[in-house]
Design a protein around this ligand. Structure first.
Ligand code: NDP
Length: 245
């Protein structure tokens, strides 16, 4: 499924569903060709692929587990050396919720290896080629849970707070190479991940009194990836309806 890329490339990690899907479609609309990375839901990825092709943009699908360094390298190393992405949206993430007192080591490891190690596995693999180009935008999707903590999500909050620290440090490293790095921290967004949340208990905590949409997150990501007048760097932008103030 290799296609020729003539224009700007956006690598969207976790682009098959939810927020990543909306980001991939939005960036395609903004004129990017898309490298769409996902884990295993080929049907969902194929659907996004078709929609992007209908917009007249190229789309390359790549299925791998971001928790696996070698798999990440296999998928991205050669590609980005040949053709460095202009934009990287590190969006994939998982939850394995439990109170810490009941949390198994597997639940801890699974979330940290995917959400936080995945950042290293992906960004480390592509950053050298991006530095060589001396331009680029990286947006990392964290969570309100990483900003203020969420009971039942000690593993997830740790991984998402870790991403914020990683981005702030990376922002200091790569600024002089004209690479902008920022975090988008969604609140509760209506996707498969949030399907089982107790809506009646959560809504009173959100000043806007509703869950957000994936498209509302994608609009902010698109701005950070495309706006030419850019002085936002190393920041955490909340998209949360006022949940975190
Ligand atoms: P979804 O569960 O809807 O989609 C997750 C995406 O990540 C899918 O494309 C999935 O691929 C991919 N993915 C999951 N695990 C891996 C892996 N090991 N390797 C590669 N790809 C993987 O999630 P959301 O859209 O809801 O969330 C997207 C991001 O936003 C996550 O980081 C999440 O933590 C964060 N977030 C979400 C909130 C919400 O309320 N929904 C709130 C705050 C933050 P596949 O389809 O193949 O499984």
């Amino acid at each position: 499924m290799k296609e020729k890329f003539a224009s700007r490339i956006a690598l969207v990690i976790g682009g098959s569903r939810g927020i990543g899907r909306a980001v991939a479609l939005r960036l395609a609309r903004s004129g990017f060709d898309i490298w769409l990375a996902y884990h295993s839901n080929h049907e969902a990825a194929q659907e996004v692929h078709s929609l992007i092709r209908q917009m007249g943009r190229a789309c390359e699908l790549m299925a791998f587990d971001i928790a696996d360094l070698q798999a990440s390298k296999n998928a991205l190393e050669k590609r980005s050396e040949d053709n460095p992405p202009d934009v990287v949206v590190y969006n994939a993430g998982i939850t394995r919720d439990n109170l810490l007192v009941w949390m198994t080591k597997e639940e801890w490891d699974m979330v940290l290896r995917t959400n936080l190690d995945g950042f290293y596995n992906v960004v480390h693999t592509v950053i050298f080629a991006m530095l060589r180009e001396k331009r680029g935008r990286i947006v990392v999707i964290s969570s309100a849970s990483g900003q203020i903590g969420q009971a039942g999500q000690v593993n997830y909050s740790a991984s998402k707070a870790g991403l914020i620290g990683a981005v702030k440090a990376l922002a200091r490293e790569v600024a002089r190479k004209n690479i902008y790095v920022n975090v988008v921290a969604p609140g509760v967004i209506d996707t498969e991940m949030s399907q089982d949340l107790p809506k009646d208990r959560i809504l009173p905590l959100i000043p806007l009194q509703r869950f957000g949409t994936a498209e509302e997150v994608a609009a902010v990501v698109d701005f950070l990836c495309t706006e030419p007048l850019m002085y936002i760097h190393g920041q955490v932008i909340g998209v949360n309806g006022g949940l975190v103030l």
